[in-house]
Design a protein around this ligand. Sequence first.
Ligand code: NAG
Ligand code: NAG
Ligand code: NAG
Ligand code: NAG
Length: 617
Amino acid sequence: MLLSNLYLQFLCQCALTHVVYSTTIAEIQGPAFRSPLEGKSVSGVSGVVTAKGFYIQSAPLEDDRVSTGLFVFSESSTVLNSVKVGDSITLSGTVEEFIPSDDPTFLTTTELESPTNIKIVSTNNVVNPIILGVDRSPPTESLSALDVGPDGFLTVPGNQSLVDIVNATVQPTQFGLDFWSSLEGQLVTVPKPISIGFENDFGEFWVRGAWPATNVNSRGGLTLAVGPDGTPDPGPESVIIGTPADGTTNPTMCVGKTLSNITGVVQYQFGFYYIIPLTAPTVLSTPDGAVPPTTLTSVNDGCTVTIGDYNVDNLAPTSAHLSNVATDVVTHLLTPDIMFFQEIQDNSGPTDDGTVDASVTLSTLSSAIAAQSTVKYNFTEVISVNDQDGGEPGGNIRPAYLFNPKTVSLVSGIPVGGPLDAVKPLVGSEGKLTLNFNPGRIDPTNSAWDASRKPIVAAWETTTGARFFTIDLHDAAKISGDSSTQGSPRPPLNGDVSQRIAQVQVIATFVKTLLDADPDASLIIAGDFNEFIQTAAVFSPFEGLVSEVDDLAGIAVLDRYTFVFDNLMEQLDHTFVSPAVAQRNVEAEHVHINSWALSLDVRTSDHDPSVARIRVC
Ligand SMILES: *[C@@H]1O[C@H](CO)[C@@H](O)[C@H](O)[C@H]1NC(C)=O
Ligand SMILES: *[C@@H]1O[C@H](CO)[C@@H](O)[C@H](O)[C@H]1NC(C)=O
Ligand SMILES: *[C@@H]1O[C@H](CO)[C@@H](O)[C@H](O)[C@H]1NC(C)=O
Ligand SMILES: *[C@@H]1O[C@H](CO)[C@@H](O)[C@H](O)[C@H]1NC(C)=O
């Protein structure tokens, strides 16, 4: 039945009963983030049921700022079961901007609550979905007009304004939140979806469809990089697909699967604009699972060293993934001269028994690598103070090195630092720059490292005696205090960013001391910074001091990622080198062994490793 006929029929019914006022869905939704009728009782609302839950929709308007779909909220199964998809109904209720009590940073959802007086006017009506990419396309560069600041949505500090307070009239062609808000409650189709991440714990996953997109990488995902507008691009052209409305189960995902068209309703929930599919899509194609190994082999010429950098996700001696870490080092990183690891747990793993050394973890890993290759790595670490470094309780995760004694050695005759000993550069008796501890921790009692891993510095020599220094680090995690990229605070809150800024500052202070003592020192800094290079506030202490190898090696911008999170492939792991190294030939590659995994189950870690080949003389 045509919606216009439906409307006429509805008017006739009105005339026969005593209802004096009817409200359209468009009047309820309005052109802004919040409903103009918030808190008001409305009656005579009419629409066709598009999905269980339930959702109703009336005919689309010319004004595409205004949704003509609406979520009707009820906890009564009698109410929910009283209508079927395709029923044309009228009803009364109260307009609310729902905000879940557990997270005040989420946007509000416009909904009709306490529905009453539900009348079925006709059945078996068909609502045509809006075909995204044909009828409407999402913007590609920005989520919100409120993300002002030099780094767009990554600008620090965030929370300069709140979408729900500003309540702007939406600009759907410009901003992602506005676009998806303008479709709230509406039935849409995503043609030719491509998955751009793994599924989450609830079987939900992110896609983009057959419409324009920016920063699409070779795997089909979206790289977090600066977009054409000169600010970091949050990927507003992607959307998360929720639990199917019909009880079917979504297939498992990885980056780059192609899927059957998805039709569903747009609903804000759990901090994001979702499409709740009417039914689960099917997988049409899966990408090639083979990931090429690094091309940067060890050359052992006394001047060139290869380094690998890998966050190995809570590695203990008994970890099931230990042998996979070993295989990755052998088959994909090609046994670099030095491995910078992060998240090496102590010998008892997560058992909180006071164990603080990781020698068994490291020697077990070294043996597993030796079993698969000709390299017998030695290792070095600094033990921890129990339970002071964050991470999985009891695990005492730390950065630590494996090194190939055939190609490099620790500068000898220097004691290993204790957990509270601060490493310092000093000029040795023969006039060469050295350290007071080898390895040693940077300023370990500085409050910047509270409940966080302390970086470890080591001094090395090649087989011909060329000396160089390394820092292996793991900055504070991005766990607490972040708000959703699609939440109300703009720019979004970057919870622990002040700790990461302080940590990079402390590292920079150490690096300055070292380079003041010898401006020609060869220094390599690598590890998990838990931050994107585009969050400029975090990396500004490094400016003019050290250079990122991605730039020096000319890694394609869209290939600069080591982690898949929500809708983006992003770089948390970085390698920097001192000016003396930067002026020589620097090569670097990210090995996408985990980002390109075909399922979550087969990943070794949540991070990709990286390899660099660097000249230290
Ligand atoms: C939001 O904007 C709409 C449209 O301008 C307005 O009618 C409504 O009152 C606003 N709501 C709030 C809470 O400011
Ligand atoms: C964000 O800003 C709002 C409004 O100024 C304030 O009420 C709220 O506490 C802030 N949130 C955080 C986490 O700072
Ligand atoms: C998927 O959507 C595209 C674009 O609208 C359309 O050409 C194609 O026929 C659809 N495929 C199926 C199987 O419906
Ligand atoms: C391994 O390193 C330790 C110091 O960490 C050193 O005592 C030992 O000699 C090294 N072994 C080899 C084979 O280099």
